[in-house]
Design a binder for this molecule. Structure first.
Ligand SMILES: Cc1cc2nc3c(=O)[nH]c(=O)nc-3n(C[C@H](O)[C@H](O)[C@H](O)COP(=O)(O)O)c2cc1C
Length: 353
């Protein structure tokens, strides 16, 4: 059976699937454009999108803003006018400049996690940009909605709930990320869904909720729809597609991974992350990396104490095939279930029939 479309204000997703933003360089215009073409929301990651430009080392911010603008326009074009979002981590430096870049270049939505995007409604004042926080607890949802309404008389247009099985940075402790089962998190997810639903009802506004983290097949989607969500956000499944912006070595690492290879790592962002335990991750378990250059990408990262430079570790994962073993490859808990390269269309055909 076909999935029901979902409306976010005046924007409609023909298929209620958001492709989660994946940094660095994993979800750019190619993947986002292909997803939006199929009727979902394609999401570009704003984490160092200019990493492969010559000027990036000298002027990372300028290169990143140029690249982000170009990727938004290109994804729009590839999708034939589909819905394009941008994922901006709240923990990143120059957050306001990335938000403005999305406004200037015609993105449809901003999704923001890795911290609480408290000032986002203010930054979007006078625009019709849709926005969503990524939350992993009822407490975070309550803090955001209460503050937003009190300070700006505006709450978000949609919400992404991210559970403990997701890839990249996680809004849980390392122990919780490992031990919390999907079923255990369902009760928290249901509370968030009910809270957002009733908040929207009181405001006379429909605020769709999307569940992220470990959603792999149609059975999972139906499960979260039955729990009350309006749709899902999926990332890991889109990595092993032809359209994914990462090189084949990144996709191959997913195809080769077994369940035991997927671990929780420490991150300079200050939250645990989920990644493949390759030689680089094993080395970092033993010793700190010596930092020779700081790109000033994270507000709270201190080069003197950080366990490693996350920007360079993530860039090596996508920069060249030969650096794969010396890099950080984020993935969701389900990465080991992927066993062949596919296309975005094939995934949508499978999930939406
Ligand atoms: C390789 C990779 C990179 C990611 N990078 C980001 C990111 O930069 N910002 C973010 O908010 N989420 C990031 N995520 C999380 C995804 O957007 C998504 O919410 C989550 O992975 C969903 O779970 P799934 O991968 O099991 O489908 C990343 C996930 C992966 C797999």
């Amino acid at each position: 059976m076909r999935l029901k479309p979902v409306s976010i204000g005046d924007i409609t997703l023909k298929v209620p699937i958001i492709q989660g933003g994946m940094g660095i360089g994993v979800s750019l215009s190619s993947l986002a454009g292909a997803v939006a073409k199929e009727g979902g929301m394609g999401v570009i990651s704003a984490a160092q999108p200019g990493y492969n430009l010559d000027e990036w080392k000298k002027d990372p911010l300028g290169a990143n803003l140029n690249a982000l603008g170009e990727h938004i326009k290109k994804a729009k074009e590839l999708s034939g006018g589909g819905v394009i979002g941008v994922n901006i981590m709240r923990a990143s430096c120059d957050y306001d400049k990335y938000v403005q870049c999305c406004v200037d270049n015609g993105a449809d939505a901003i999704i923001s996690g890795a911290g609480l995007p408290i000032e986002l409604p203010k930054l979007l004042e006078g625009t019709d940009m849709k926005f969503a926080p990524i939350v992993s607890s009822l407490k975070a949802a309550k803090v955001l909605f209460t503050l937003w309404e009190r300070r700006y008389k505006r709450v978000s247009d949609f919400v992404v709930i991210e559970g403990p099985k997701a890839g990249g940075h996680l809004g849980f402790t390392a122990d919780e990320a490992v031990s919390l089962t999907k079923e255990q998190f369902d009760s928290e997810a249901k509370k968030i869904i009910d809270y957002v639903r009733s908040y929207g009802k009181n405001l006379g506004k429909n605020i769709p909720v999307f569940f992220a983290g470990g959603v792999f097949d149609r059975k999972d989607i139906d499960h979260y729809l039955a729990l009350g969500a309006d749709g899902v956000q999926m990332a890991t499944r889109f990595v092993t597609t032809v359209e994914c912006d990462a090189p084949m070595s990144f996709k191959q690492a997913y195809l080769n991974a077994s369940e035991d290879d997927i671990v929780i790592v420490k991150s300079p962002v200050g939250m645990p992350g989920r990644a493949i335990r390759n030689p680089y991750v094993r080395l970092r378990e033993q010793e700190r990396e010596k930092i020779t250059h700081c790109f000033r990408c994270l507000e709270k990262c201190d080069p003197a104490t950080t366990p490693y430079c996350i920007t360079m570790a993530l860039i090596r994962a996508v920069r060249s095939e030969s650096e794969a073993d010396d890099s950080l490859i984020f993935c969701g808990e389900n990465a080991f279930r992927l066993n062949k390269l596919t296309t975005v269309k094939e995934i949508f055909d499978e999930l939406n029939s």
